[in-house]
Design a protein around this ligand. Structure first.
Ligand code: 13P
Length: 249
């Protein structure tokens, strides 16, 4: 059985005190759940977040990571630095990293390799832009994103991979993919993994949906058979909303 997961990507929001306050609220209101619940605060709050959540099932995730082990890369953060503050999981390939920081599939393949070498969990994000969907190119585009960044991995490495399908047109726009659109793409992603590896591996991979998930729409999206949870942006910044989404899984 694959894992159900609800993860909050806080992006560039919440300073240290705000991080601590939101974590305190989340701890108080987290319901009993079989799902894995994760939050990704910003780098400057990672250590405090990890410390605050040591006695909680909520896991802490980093939002990005450099591909090299160390060296003259001013402003960057390595895998071992993230691990040294207790965090063993990282989001890679987010559309905002791709759009604003020039991260392409080839670079992401290297980052994924570095994370795997360091035995870290990867939440790998991908998804089409509106133009791709309008022109009917969305399946091809998604397939190429997976192929270029992930399909060089040995089957064994996939135990560390969580996928997050995030159509760019649905991120922060209030417009979600319909549950049917999400299911259709998630099913396609699973089929593509089965074709490149095998059905057992494809069936074991958690595929999250991300893009304007809210308490009001989460249950319907999560009810689809190939949707194993969500990667939540805006609605993860308020305890009540995030917990509402956790309850929907
Ligand atoms: P929103 O939930 O704000 O649309 O963001 C989704 C996202 O980018 C999560 O990584």
């Amino acid at each position: 059985m694959r894992k159900k997961i609800v993860a909050g990507n806080w992006k560039m929001n919440k300073d240290l005190a705000e991080t601590q306050a939101l974590i305190s609220d989340l701890k108080k209101s987290l319901p009993a759940t079989d799902a894995e619940v994760k939050i990704a605060p910003t780098f400057t709050s990672l250590y405090a977040a990890f410390q605050a959540l040591k006695d909680s099932p909520i896991e802490v995730v980093a939002q990005n990571m450099h591909q090299e082990a160390n060296g003259a890369y001013t402003g960057e953060i390595s895998a071992s630095m993230i691990k040294s503050v207790g965090v063993n999981s990282v989001i890679l390939g987010h559309s905002e990293r791709r759009a604003y920081f020039g991260e392409d599939d080839a670079l992401l393949a290297k980052k994924v390799d570095t994370a795997i070498e360091n035995e870290m969990e990867v939440i790998f994000c991908f998804g089409e832009e509106l133009d791709d969907r309008k022109s009917g190119n969305h399946f091809k585009l998604v397939e190429s994103q997976l192929k270029n960044a992930l399909f060089h991995l040995k089957a064994d490495a996939w135990k560390n991979i969580i996928l997050a399908y995030e159509p760019v047109w649905a991120i922060g726009t209030g417009e979600t993919a319909s549950p049917e659109q999400a299911q259709e793409m998630h099913e396609f992603i699973r089929k593509t993994i089965a074709e490149n590896y095998n059905q057992d591996l494809a069936d074991s991979i958690s595929i999250l949906y991300g893009g304007s998930v809210k308490p009001a729409n989460a249950e319907e999206i999560f009810s689809k058979p190939d949707v194993d949870g969500g990667l939540i942006g805006g609605a993860s910044l308020k305890a009540e909303d995030f917990i509402g989404i956790v309850k929907a899984i």
